[in-house]
Ligand binder design. Structure first.
Ligand code: PLP
Length: 411
């Protein structure tokens, strides 16, 4: 008779393609904060990358009507014809871009669009240029797809934007893609038409390099900033630009999981192959909801943007009032990315030295019960990211706690 140990499985062995790739550190910080809350601590979490607004009622109702009509079955693989039509309308209205239906791909979030694009195009050794600070998922997706992320550090003094010179130097014969994200997660920095121009000129000279423009924060821009997308700026590059966007951030629909991409039909077709053997179509009900979001009234986007702007100013001003923190005023998204260089080498009341942004964020969580994300997670130190998609009352309380515990650090 075999015993349980006779038939025990060999130790679990993960595939090499996920070696070194973990669950997002931001989620881990959220989990730590949740555990502290469970122990009775009043923790303020400023880590999440999602709007605190609710999905608009009209969008929810559209989903409900779709279910009542029986739209609960498979749809076309990379998006229903109606969904693709809604995305075509969005690009015409917001960006002055005309795409055919076969130049559009709908997936379960912008993240899946990016995943599909890299899975469909990268071979081992292929390089993707990723300006940092960056949304960490870019590098992990590139690695899972077998490619090599080439991280290029962008200077805070240049607004965390990539320069043409840096791009030129990073390009090799193995470069397949450049990733650009404007407005950016985590810095909120954004590219004007004039900022994009020299980069697009470099790309025009390097015909093997494609551009993935992640426009997911398009509608969250402030003051007199005018959002532009590279495909609209340089028609000559249209054949090698994938424009990625989605409904998660602008329409507060993170849970519905709908993103879309627009680019050359050859690429879109290859991405459909990846999607066909992984998730197939994105949720039929979510597509119906996203159609309403993209084609229904858009006026609340401005109201929400104005609301975010107030909170941005609250956080930027509050942080800059703290000795040792320096926070630029971002043009978009709902994040601040502040330097905590002035906090390094200070010591906590119980004698611990703040040696890094990780230490500083751990101190804020411990002492102030405020969860923020260290810049090192995004490839830039010593900084920390605050997501200000929280109520003004909560932000004010968090800022007051941060100021208080920072004042207790000894030089
Ligand atoms: N791109 C950036 C820069 C993001 O910050 C995020 C989400 O945090 C995404 C893409 C993914 O969005 P989605 O919810 O559509 O997958």
């Amino acid at each position: 008779m075999l015993t349980r140990s006779d038939v025990a499985a060999a130790p679990f062995r993960p595939a090499a393609r996920i070696a070194g790739i973990g669950v997002s550190e931001i989620l881990q910080i959220g989990a730590r904060a949740a555990a502290m809350r469970k122990q009775g601590h009043d923790v303020i979490v400023l880590g999440a990358g999602e709007p605190d607004f609710d999905t608009p009622d009209a969008v929810k109702e559209a989903a409900f009507r779709a279910m009542q009509r029986g739209e609960t079955k498979y749809t076309a693989l990379d998006g229903s014809p109606a969904m693709k039509e809604a995305v075509r309308e969005k690009f015409r209205r917001d960006n002055g871009l005309d795409f055919l239906a076969n130049e559009i791909s709908i997936a379960a979030g912008a993240k899946q669009v990016i995943f599909n694009a890299f899975m469909a195009t990268l071979d081992p050794g292929d390089e993707v240029i990723v300006p940092t600070p960056y949304w960490t998922s870019y590098a992990d997706i590139i690695r899972i797809a077998g490619g090599l992320p080439v991280l290029v550090a962008c200077d805070a003094a240049n607004g965390f934007r990539l320069t043409a010179d840096q791009l030129e130097r990073a390009i090799t014969p193995a470069t397949r893609w450049l990733m650009l994200n404007s407005p950016s997660n985590p810095t909120g920095a954004a590219y004007t038409a004039a900022d994009y121009r020299p980069l697009l000129d470099v790309l025009l000279r390097h015909k093997q390099v494609w551009l993935l423009a992640d426009d997911i924060y398009e509608h969250i821009v402030y003051d007199d900033f005018r959002f532009v997308t590279p495909a609209a700026l340089e028609p000559a590059l249209r054949d090698r630009i994938l424009t990625v966007n989605g409904v998660s951030k602008a329409y507060a629909m993170t849970g519905w999981r709908i993103g879309y991409g627009a680019g050359p039909a050859t690429l879109i077709g290859a991405m459909a192959v990846v999607q066909s053997q992984s998730t197939s179509n994105p949720s039929s009900v979510s597509q119906a909801a996203a159609i309403e979001a993209l084609t229904g009234p858009q006026d609340y986007l401005v109201e929400r943007r104005d609301d975010f702007r107030l909170r941005r100013d609250l956080v930027v001003d509050g942080l800059n009032a703290i000795d040792g923190i320096d926070c630029p005023r971002p043009q978009g998204a709902f994040y601040t990315f502040a330097s905590c260089a002035g906090m390094l080498e200070r010591t906590t009341a119980d004698g611990r030295r703040i040696a890094s942004d990780r230490d500083f964020c751990a101190y804020l969580l411990d002492a102030a019960k405020v969860a923020v994300v260290p810049g090192s997670v995004f490839g830039a130190s010593p900084f920390f990211r605050i997501s200000y998609a929280s109520s003004c009352a909560e932000l004010e309380e968090a800022l007051s706690r941060i100021a208080q515990v920072c004042s207790k650090l000894r030089r």
